[in-house]
Design a binder for this molecule. Structure first.
Ligand code: NDP
Ligand code: GDR
Length: 354
């Protein structure tokens, strides 16, 4: 079979970097669509190890710009197109709601239009989200659960979901949405809660930070490992018939559970007291290590998410390989190493954002 060609938007992000690796391993020619104003400028560089691979290419494009996406499609003539690019941080979506709607929502439509006009045989994957379920109307959530988004981000993903389905049904495009629940890794952005916690635990145990400020510790999420999840994106595009799939572990834990696990791994056994914005946690020596700050609470919260991936298990052969504890330990160990190395070389270790 001739070498297959794929475009990945969001290639510089957590999922984009893992998916690019997976596609390269499968022998694809991979084109990462990257915008001129990439966040990589802030020091996040997840694909430097791929630069120089003869099958990996960076191509300029922005989800805000229809013409740039059309140029990517015309130049690359891809067999598969994975739309992972987004303004993906939920709190930022209240600060920049129209920008989020433009990139996370309309961005998907721009990709679909470019494919419809220039390359209708190209298969399309849309990065959907459990945030589409938001204030859940049933538990667990599956492909038939009605959406009730709770943020501009969630609303934008619901639009992207339905426009993908509409292009599939109107133009017979091979277009699928993966409704993925939270997935994390050592490459997770430091503004998201798991990475904020694992990095803080590493910094506190190394003595360079006293305590961590956090938002709602009662929220519950279904957390999986990003390295496992990207394989399902590829599997969806390999199906003869395009469709939508929930990808999740089926288990849910609170932010508090996750903090306990991470701080325990870093040598701190926490005791919790208070509630709401008065919640604190002290370590075994009586030091306050975690306290809440109203700044990190959201205008509207998604209290609990837990997915049912039976359809994906049946049709895609999905079984999550990495469990919650392994995931959090992997992230803490990685951050301990980053912090240790930085201290050893006399440079400032990374610190959580937001
Ligand atoms: P990241 O935030 O790590 O990556 C987002 C990517 O989008 C970055 O590469 C960013 O590039 C790119 N991007 C942002 N704005 C634009 C733009 N205007 N044009 C082109 N690219 C842009 O997200 P994840 O890897 O975690 O998530 C991947 C996708 O999956 C996203 O769509 C996210 O919403 C969705 N999702 C993620 C889940 C998770 O738990 N991780 C769960 C469910 C869905 P830059 O370097 O330029 O900033
Ligand atoms: P989420 O992930 O909003 O689920 O979106 P995030 O890790 O930001 O929040 C998870 C939960 O933790 C609570 N929380 C905090 N969150 C952050 N970021 N910082 C804090 O200090 C904090 N304290 C408590 C939040 O309130 C929330 O309940 C992620 C993103 O990857 C989306 O792009 C994706 O679509 C969904 O997962 C599925």
């Amino acid at each position: 079979m001739a070498q297959r060609t794929a475009v990945v938007t969001g290639a510089t992000g957590q999922d984009g970097s893992y998916l690019s690796e997976l596609l390269l391993d499968k022998g694809y020619d991979v084109h990462g669509m990257v915008r001129r104003t990439s966040q990589a400028a802030l020091g996040r560089n997840l694909i430097s190890h791929l630069i120089g691979n003869p099958n990996f290419h960076i191509i300029s494009g922005d989800l805000a710009d229809q013409g740039s996406i059309e140029n990517v499609i015309k130049e690359v003539e891809p067999d598969e197109f994975y739309n992972l690019g987004a303004q993906s941080f939920v709190p930022e979506s209240w600060r920049s709601p129209t920008h989020t709607s433009d990139i996370t929502g309309l961005g998907a439509l721009r990709c679909l239009e470019a494919i419809r006009i220039h390359r209708p045989e190209c298969k399309f994957y849309q990065a959907g989200s459990s945030e589409q379920f938001g204030k859940v109307v049933e538990t667990p959530q599956d492909e038939n659960t009605p959406f009730y988004p709770r943020s501009p981000y969630g609303c934008a993903k619901v639009f992207a979901h339905y426009i993908t389905k509409n292009y599939r049904e109107s133009y017979d495009l091979h277009a699928s949405t993966g409704i993925l629940f939270n997935h994390e890794s050592p490459r997770r952005g430091i503004e998201f809660v798991t990475r904020k916690v694992t990095l803080s635990a590493a910094r506190i145990s190394s003595g360079i930070q006293a305590s961590m400020e956090i938002g709602n510790v009662e929220a519950k999420r279904d957390w999986g490992y990003a390295g496992d999840y990207v394989e399902m994106m590829w599997k969806m595009t390999q199906r003869e018939t395009p469709d939508d799939y929930v990808i999740s572990t089926g288990e849910t834990y609170s932010v508090k559970d996750m903090i306990d696990l991470a701080f325990g791994r870093a040598g701190m056994e926490l005791t919790w007291s208070g509630e709401g914005i008065g919640t604190i946690a002290t370590d075994q020596d009586g030091n306050v290590r975690v306290k809440t700050n109203p700044r990190f609470f959201r205008p509207a919260e998604v209290d609990i998410l837990v997915g049912n991936s039976e359809k994906a298990s049946r049709e895609l052969g999905w079984t999550p390989k990495t469990d919650f504890k392994e995931l959090i330990f992997m992230m803490v160990d990685n951050d301990m190493e980053i912090v240790r190395t930085a201290i050893k070389h006399g440079v400032n270790p990374p610190a959580p954002l937001h």
